[in-house]
Design a protein around this ligand. Structure first.
Ligand SMILES: C[S@@+](CC[C@H](N)C(=O)[O-])C[C@H]1O[C@@H](n2cnc3c(N)ncnc32)[C@H](O)[C@@H]1O
Length: 319
């Protein structure tokens, strides 16, 4: 068993020293995990050094700030709220995007513009970006990516019961028993963007190994409708991050992101490392960035364990 690490291609933004990333066992993809602010790290990453981005970024910008995480721990106030319990199980808190003010929304758009502008030179031509969002704020992500020069290539729709929406008017449930303030959300959009190719897709594939999406098989293309239930049970125990994405979803996305299975995938907001684990499980190379030291340490422990899980991967598109 040999630890295999990628060459480090960026600084850690002047934050705490790196903890060692670990990977072992043949068949798993090598990865690098960096404790850093993603924007700082991207500023020092070399041009044309990455081949795809698969990420679930912070939304609301404030939900991962120390004060909001403290309110979440105390179960009181702030952007996190506990969804109603309807089946005897206590639900985990979710960020409440409806509390975003006009200036939060301006800040959100600026954040995604800064991100897109930094990603653009670091990615090779033809590189795809898969970015998780939600129906309330997706426009604040998509428009800045296009403004930064990316092509919008569609949206991946993940069918999932999110526990958002569907509630009756607050404090007037009985009076308006037949009314929901918003639809109950049953899907999660992932924006799909591409840095323009150099010439034809076939030329770009030869030169940069990017430009298309990896098929499920020679008969079956990757499709934009996926079914993936929230991460539960063993995954949550290994990686108790409030926004943990399931391996069943992440493995489908990282696989599609590298059309020839070559190159490096970046997750600039890796949290507990579900993207990195998915890439490693499939033998793909990846780099994860996380600015919160607790989550960074969690990822260092969780990634090898998540990568080893046996998960139903490529057949959940046709349920
Ligand atoms: C939505 S979570 C990602 C969770 C991840 N999908 C998982 O399965 O664990 C976003 C993460 O981005 C981190 N983050 C927020 N701003 C960041 C920044 N500027 N640089 C790096 N990480 C950041 C947060 O601490 C949080 O862990």
């Amino acid at each position: 068993m040999h630890a295999r690490r990628l060459r480090k291609i960026g600084g850690n933004g002047g934050s705490a020293p790196l903890l060692p990333a670990i990977r072992a066992a043949s068949g798993f993809g090598p990865y690098e995990m960096v404790h850093a602010n993603a924007m700082d790290w991207l500023d020092s990453a070399p041009r044309h050094s990455l081949h795809a981005v698969v990420t679930d970024p912070p939304y609301g910008l404030l939900e991962y700030r120390p004060a909001e995480l403290e309110k979440r721990r105390n179960g009181k106030g702030g952007v996190w709220r506990i969804p109603p319990s309807f089946d005897g199980h206590r639900r985990s808190p979710l960020p409440r995007f409806t509390v975003l003010s006009a200036s939060d929304r301006v800040g959100l758009r600026e954040f995604f513009l800064r991100l897109a502008e930094r990603l653009f030179p670091v990615l090779v031509p033809g590189a795809h970006v898969f970015i998780a969002t939600n129906p309330l704020v997706s426009h604040l992500v998509y428009e800045p990516f296009v403004a930064a020069g990316f092509e919008k290539r569609g949206e991946i729709i993940r069918v999932v019961h999110t526990l958002r929406g569907g509630d009756r008017p607050k404090n007037a449930h009985a009076e308006f028993a037949e009314v929901s303030v918003m639809p109950k959300s049953c899907w999660e959009p992932w924006g799909l963007f591409r840095k323009p190719c150099e010439g034809r897709v076939q030329d770009n594939l030869r030169k940069w190994k990017t430009g298309g999406l990896r098929r499920i098989s020679s008969e079956e293309p990757f499709k934009d409708l996926l079914h993936a239930a929230p991460a539960r049970g063993v995954e949550r125990r290994i990686a108790p991050h409030p926004s943990l994405k399931p391996q069943s979803l992440m493995r489908q996305l990282v696989r599609a992101a590298l059309p020839l299975g070559e190159g490096v995938i970046l997750d600039p907001f890796m949290g507990s490392g579900s993207t990195i684990a998915a890439a490693s499980a499939l033998g793909l190379r990846s780099i994860g960035i996380e600015c919160n030291v607790e989550y960074y340490r969690l990822a260092c422990k969780a990634v090898p364990r998540l990568a080893e899980l046996v998960v139903k991967e490529h057949n959940s598109q046709d349920k």
